[in-house]
Structure formats: structure tokens, C-alpha cells
Design a protein around this ligand. Structure first.
Ligand SMILES: Cc1cc2nc3c(=O)[nH]c(=O)nc-3n(C[C@H](O)[C@H](O)[C@H](O)COP(=O)(O)OP(=O)(O)OC[C@H]3O[C@@H](n4cnc5c(N)ncnc54)[C@H](O)[C@@H]3O)c2cc1C
Length: 580
């Protein structure tokens, strides 16, 4: 069972947290191995939007500061958090971003409003994103990076950056030219086309992970795929290695300085969801990769006495489930985050009542679904109801606008299962089993609000974040358009997620704590494997990847410092021996 291999550091999981932990550890002179359970490296991070929330990043001239960030966070964070861990985040995130820059990774500001733009000291320049990356730079590792999320590619093929995503998904002025350029670039890339259909242009999360893994591979850090952590090895209360499995073969590797758990959340483990979440939702509705995050590293930590925190919530996002053409055992999960707040639509629970400002941040949308489910028992799923104008222009989960997916092309088995249509609101309400009078009243209210531009119930479209995803052709409020052009449609919206917010309780140095608050020697956790420094709060775009990268960086620094201390203590001891 033992393999006689020893590394200073073993990193479990190859997402953002794992890549950064490994890279920084190597930079600090440690020997490192990354073990990754999936066939591909990159984790959810490679599928993601690749945005990092790094307040007071100092990459550009602005007047943000630690104090302003704290003012913002203190006004929005709902529950108790570990203050020193939050402080460590604020201190180390800018340093981590500078470290990325120093490696030549082009990370810059993404103009994205914080998710609570009306809160004190909210800004629109705390989110960062990496420039596009040429996947071929990864050489033989190019095909082994996890594919980008399907919706970030046109027709699942042509990669979009954030600007192209917004231009094409809202059919903004010039979107056709934008698309034609992408199309032309892809098909004239003859050398890549001979190799693979995969676009070499990595954008968003794939770009971030491409840049990071270029550095990882350049430094000859081994990434061992198809290799799953089963258990942690403990000797004298100290973690000394990992027990792994690889296609059924079980073996052990020793870690002389530390094991960093970066194995993501537990979103794909129904048992843990049922145990921790007040409204568990289904694994099936998660938008993270199915084969990946099942909480094994969380369980391994708990088995040796680690404490947990903030496990009561996912990083919520509304999703929609759709059949996957040509696959008999699969349904694809589509995020509907930006769709639910577009004009000419309304989200209602199964009683036909609204429960949220539909254009709010996607995590808050999910929180509102949970709260409404607990209150009424008539949410999860809820309904997105919209009219012909919305159908024509916007996507609804996996249902693309009519120009791409006209009604006549919708497969017959989708109707009245994934997409519902009727000529009148009464008939639609009857189809989706929502009380007719309530739905009609809700829609009448929305039509009145569209006229005045003011939503007195939930304030939809009243702040910069809401408006970012609205339609500026719709006036006076870009998020409120009348729902009055037949036919009418509805799609079911599920309580989806991007991962989970809670995990092992780690301290300001990313050390995992036991039940009495003492660090478990040599055990670290970062990313969704650890509790979020923000608790149950998503402060801005990049609120999960920012901390993942930062605490991966912090863990590596702490391990490196411990090793130096040990060496000095050893040298001191041998000095004494020699003197004696
Ligand atoms: C479509 C989409 C868009 C998103 N956009 C953003 C965004 O722009 N900004 C943002 O902040 N967040 C975003 N998120 C959320 C974000 O991607 C995740 O929260 C984040 O990437 C988690 O990083 P991580 O390193 O903790 O875990 P992951 O990236 O999920 O990596 C964990 C890795 O551990 C591996 N693993 C799991 N168990 C084991 C085991 N037992 N042994 C070995 N390996 C194991 C997994 O296979 C996986 O590769 C998005 C999510 C999705 C799905």
C-alpha cells in the first residue's frame, strides 16, 4: 500500500486554490505534488467566469482601501465570521494578485459592481479577471484541462470573453460582427483544427487556469490525474500523508511539511446536503462538474477531528435542467442567473407570488428561494414567466432566443416539460398549476411597475448591479418591461449552485482547526474545501475564487515558513550537539 514517495507538500485538488497553493509552495522552494481525482485538471475553476474579488488590489490607481472594504463588508455580512481570517484575506489578497502579476499573468480590473451596490463603500472596481490565454501554450497538457462551461461558448464551440458574452447574450449593437470575428478566427486556426475541435482561445476561468497551469508545468510540478484522496494519515496527532486510490489501486504518499486540502465543496454529495442545508436542493441542479466535488476531503478532515463552519449554504445560482441531445443518461444544467432579471419577465413561486428582486445577485436569488421555500413550501422549483418579447430576445436557462432556437425547432418532448407555452396567461397558469387569479394579479402589478419604472415591492432595477443585466432599450427601467405580448411562456427554475460556501474550519493561516479550536498540525484547507471568510455572503463578482487563490497562497507561505523554522531549529540543535 505504501509507495515510499515523500513530498514536502501534497495538494489535493487542482482548481484555483490547489494551483495557487502548489505554485506558491514551489516558488518558496518546497517539493510539491498535486493529486486530482478527475480525468482532467482545473476543477470548477476552469469552467468558471474566472472573476476574482480582490478589494484594495492596488493594481490600478483608485481610492479603495482596507477601511472602505471593511465598511462595505460589515454592512452586508449577515452572520458571525472569524475576524482574523477576514483580516488575513484583506491583507493577503492584494499580495496574491501582485504575485500573479510578478509571474507575468495578465490580471486586470473587470468593471463589475459589487453585489450590494447600495451598501456603504460599495464599488465597481474590486473584481479582477485574466486576459485570454492561448491553450496551445500548455503543450501536451492542452487537451487535459477541463472544458469551459458550455454557456461561455457560442454553440458550445467558440469561446467568448466577458464582453463578447454580454454582447451576444443581449444582442447588443454590433453583436453579429462580434460573432463573425469569433467564427472566422476559429475556422482559420488550421493547425489547431487538425488536432481538435476545442478552441485554443481560453477565456474567463479557462484563461485564469491556463495562465496558472502554464506556470505549474513550467516548474515541473506533477499533477497526478485520476487520483483520489480517500483518507488522511495521522501519526502523533500530526498529518503525515495521504491515502489515495487510482483506478482501484490504493497507496500512500508521505507529506513532510503539509497537506493542503483544495478539493472543492460538497455540492455533489446529497447526504451532506441533506445533513447541512435547511433546504437541501438536489445535487443534480448544481452547475459545477458532476464527477468532481463530492466532499471526500471534507469527510477525511472530519474523520480526524476537524471542525466545520458555514456549511449551511451553497453559493446559490438559479439553474435550469435541460435534456442533452444524444445522451440517454444525462441532462445539462444551465445557469439562469442573468436571465431571471431581464425585462418582460417575472419569477413566481408555485402560488403565483413574487419573492425577490429578480435582477439581484444570483446568490441572493437562491437565498430568497430557500427563505420562500421555508415560508410557503411552494418554491424550489419556482417559475420564470415571460412573454413573446422576452422569448425573442433573451435566453431562459437553456432555451436560447428565437433567432437561435425558434419555437418550431424546439423538440416535441421539451414542450410542457422544460418549456411551457400558451396563448393566454390563464392557459399558461393552468398548465403550470399556478393559481390563475394570483398569477394574473402578479403580472398586472409588473406591468404597472414597467410603466412607472418603479417596483415598490422589491426594487427591481433600482441599482447598478440590477441594471447591468437589463436592456437599455427598455425605458424607464431597463429591468422592467410589460409582460403582455402573447404567447406566454414559463420555465421551471431550480435551486442551483456554483459550489458550497462551507467546509473545514480553517484559521487565518489556512490551518485546519479541531473541535477545540487548535490547529491540526500539517493540515491546511483552501477554496470551497474550507469555510468562506465571508460566511453566508457573496460580496461581489469573484467572491469564491478570490479567497480560493488567496488562502492557497497563504497556506503555502505558512508551510514554507514552518519548514524554515524547523530547519533553523534543526541547525541550532546540531550546533548544540557539535558544541557538546
Ligand atoms: C459556470 C460557473 C461560473 C463561475 N464563475 C465564477 C466567477 O467568475 N468567480 C467566482 O469567484 N466563482 C465562480 N464560480 C464558482 C467557482 O468556480 C468555484 O467556487 C471555485 O472555482 C472553487 O475553487 P476550488 O479551488 O475551491 O475548487 P474547484 O475548482 O472545484 O477544484 C476542486 C478540485 O478538487 C478535485 N477533487 C475533489 N475531490 C477530490 C478528491 N477526493 N481527491 C482528489 N481531488 C479531488 C475536483 O475534481 C476538482 O478538480 C463559478 C462556477 C461555475 C460552475
Amino acid at each position: 500500500m505504501s509507495s515510499n514517495e515523500t513530498y514536502d507538500v501534497i495538494v489535493v485538488g487542482s482548481g484555483a486554490a490547489g494551483a495557487m497553493a502548489a505554485l506558491r509552495a514551489k516558488e518558496r522552494g518546497l517539493s510539491v505534488l498535486i493529486v486530482e481525482k478527475a480525468h482532467k485538471y482545473g476543477g470548477t475553476s476552469a469552467t468558471s467566469g474566472g472573476v476574482l474579488w480582490v478589494p484594495d488590489h492596488q493594481l490600478t490607481l483608485n481610492d479603495d482601501s482596507r477601511e472602505k472594504t471593511l465598511e462595505y463588508l460589515d454592512s452586508i455580512m449577515p452572520g458571525p465570521i472569524q475576524r482574523d481570517r477576514l483580516d488575513a484575506y484583506l491583507d493577503n489578497a492584494p499580495e496574491m494578485a501582485r504575485f500573479m502579476k510578478s509571474l507575468g499573468i495578465p490580471v486586470g480590473v473587470a468593471a463589475w459592481p459589487d453585489y450590494y451596490p447600495q451598501a456603504a463603500s460599495a464599488r465597481a472596481d474590486r473584481s479582477l479577471i485574466c486576459d485570454t490565454f492561448d491553450g496551445r501554450e500548455l503543450g501536451e497538457h492542452f487537451p487535459l484541462m477541463r472544458e469551459q462551461y458550455n454557456r461561455f461558448k457560442v454553440f458550445g464551440r467558440y469561446s467568448m470573453d466577458v464582453m463578447q458574452f454580454f454582447s451576444i447574450s443581449t444582442r447588443a449593437k454590433g453583436w453579429v460582427i462580434t460573432f463573425l470575428k469569433m467564427f472566422f478566427r476559429y475556422w482559420t486556426d488550421f493547425s489547431t483544427r487538425k488536432l481538435t475541435m476545442r478552441d485554443r482561445r481560453f477565456t474567463m476561468g479557462a484563461a485564469m487556469m491556463g495562465w496558472l497551469y502554464k506556470q505549474v508545468f513550467d516548474r515541473k510540478i506533477e499533477v497526478r490525474l485520476d487520483t483520489k484522496l480517500d483518507e488522511l494519515i495521522v501519526s502523533d496527532r500530526q498529518v503525515t500523508g495521504v491515502r489515495l486510490s487510482h483506478y482501484g489501486r490504493r497507496y500512500e504518499i508521505k507529506a513532510s511539511c503539509g497537506v493542503v486540502l483544495c478539493a472543492g465543496g460538497f455540492e455533489w454529495n446529497q447526504e451532506l446536503r441533506d445533513r447541512f442545508f435547511p433546504v437541501p436542493g438536489l445535487t443534480r441542479h448544481s452547475s459545477s462538474p458532476e464527477d468532481a466535488n463530492r466532499g471526500e476531503a471534507l469527510i477525511a478532515g472530519m474523520q480526524i477531528g476537524a471542525a466545520t463552519e458555514h456549511t449551511e449554504s451553497g453559493w446559490w445560482i438559479p439553474t435550469m435542467q435541460m435534456p442533452m441531445p444524444k445522451a440517454s443518461n444525462f441532462e445539462e444544467i444551465h445557469q439562469a442567473a442573468f436571465d431571471v432579471g431581464r425585462p418582460h419577465s417575472v419569477a413566481v413561486n408555485r402560488k403565483g407570488l413574487r419573492f425577490v428582486d429578480e435582477a439581484c445577485g444570483y446568490d441572493d436569488f437562491g437565498k430568497a428561494m430557500v427563505a420562500d421555500q421555508l415560508k410557503t413550501g411552494a418554491n424550489t422549483p419556482c417559475w420564470l414567466v415571460f412573454d413573446a418579447r422576452f422569448r425573442d430576445k433573451f435566453s431562459a436557462g437553456g432555451i436560447m432566443p428565437t433567432i437561435l432556437m425558434p419555437d418550431r425547432k424546439i423538440p416535441p418532448d421539451w414542450w410542457d416539460r422544460y418549456l411551457f407555452r400558451a396563448d393566454t396567461l390563464e392557459a399558461l397558469a393552468a398548465k403550470i398549476l399556478v393559481p390563475v387569479d394570483t398569477l394574473k394579479q402578479t403580472v398586472a402589478n409588473m406591468n404597472r411597475y414597467a410603466g412607472t419604472g418603479v417596483d415598490p415591492e422589491f426594487g427591481r432595477g433600482s441599482n447598478a448591479y440590477d441594471q447591468m443585466f437589463g436592456d437599455w432599450n427598455v425605458k424607464p427601467n431597463p429591468c422592467l418591461g410589460p409582460i403582455d405580448k402573447a404567447p406566454y411562456y414559463a420555465v421551471p427554475i431550480n435551486l442551483g449552485d456554483l459550489g458550497t460556501k462551507g467546509g473545514l474550519k480553517a484559521d487565518a493561516s489556512a490551518r485546519v482547526l479541531d473541535g477545540s479550536g487548535r490547529p491540526i498540525p500539517n493540515l491546511y484547507a483552501a477554496g470551497n474545501n474550507a469555510g468562506s471568510p465571508f460566511g453566508n455572503c457573496y460580496p461581489g463578482a469573484g467572491g469564491t475564487i478570490g479567497p480560493a487563490l488567496t488562502f492557497g497562497y497563504v497556506a503555502a507561505n505558512h508551510i514554507a515558513a514552518c519548514k524554515v523554522e524547523q530547519q533553523q531549529a534543526g541547525a541550532g540543535a546540531s550546533h548544540v550537539d557539535a558544541a557538546a
